[in-house]
Ligand binder design. Sequence first.
Ligand SMILES: [Zn+2]
Length: 378
Amino acid sequence: MLYCPKCSRNYPESSLLWKCSCGSFLLYRPEKKRFPDKRDISSRPNDIWRYREVLPLSEKVNPVSMGEGMTPLVLSSWEGKDVLFKLDYLCPTGSYKDRGVSYLVSKLKELGVDRIIEDSSGNAGASMAAYCTRASIECEIFVPDYTSVGKCVQIEMYGAKLRRIPGTREAATRAAETEAAKVYYASHNWSPYFVHGIKTFAYEIWEQLGWKVPDNIVLPAGQGSLVMGARLGFQELLDSGKIDRLPRIFAVQSANCAPLYEAFRTGQNDPIKIIKKETIAEGISSAEPVKGDIVLSDVRASKGQILKAEEKDIWNSFLRLCSLGFYVEPTSAIVGAALEVLYATGSISEKEVTVALLTGSGLKATDKIVHYREEFIA
Ligand SMILES: [Zn+2]
């Protein structure tokens, strides 16, 4: 069942709607709620489908999977304090998006969709192109024309059609939405299914910590899918009695594009309208987060915070992650800048268990890294 959180209308999944007639996004409410047994989980392959009970899919459909998920949780020292970095940039296409896309494309197969469009700043587009080619689904990706060469080439090499749209990230979305009258719009930002794949990182952290909940999760936030995934995953674990509390969720935005941060700071329930500036954190450069109201309420419910980070601090964090052996894209480095602030202000303590997600591979952003290296040295 698909349902609208704004006007409470329900729709069957077969309606293939990506938004409600009232204009709101839709959410997915699975019919049956079951929970995987710890012993079953442990005996299954190392991918997101080890939690298949919470990823509802017809038994007639094989999941579209490439071993995404079950990424390493690596203990490191940050500011002299222990932090667990979860290496989601090691997913098959080089970003955490593979979790959400594996589930989304599996659902599209179940629903008989054979052609889609999507808009992306790069990583989600690359992931969608890869999973669509495995599922024999025709795929066209709209990207802003500033997207890294590495991501664009990757999308095309998987066989998807690439449409470069001049202007902002939002211009790419508008172009895709116009086309959506004719072709299924598999937008990861609008999709009711995507977040259910994303939530598996919460299950993995719980499993990797010996079936325990961490104290703090630190995540980059543009549209906020990781925040919603963290809340959904840990809330399901809480509701089923597997854990006894939620972790605090700390989400970080670029100071040059911080509609959620501004809303959090001023006590608003919806993202603030902003004029964004160019940022080194291109992957989270989203001026209009579709589900921003949910992201804000998820962070507040967890007793966490939304922070912002300046360009120079993101770059310095990137360099420090490199010195620890983590070659991530600059967007991902924003969590390091946040950790510094959280420790300095006493918001988190070294006695607590803190997990920071590293979301995208630096190998895809080489052109941007070369550019910023020259800019910051100069
Ligand atoms: Zn509605």
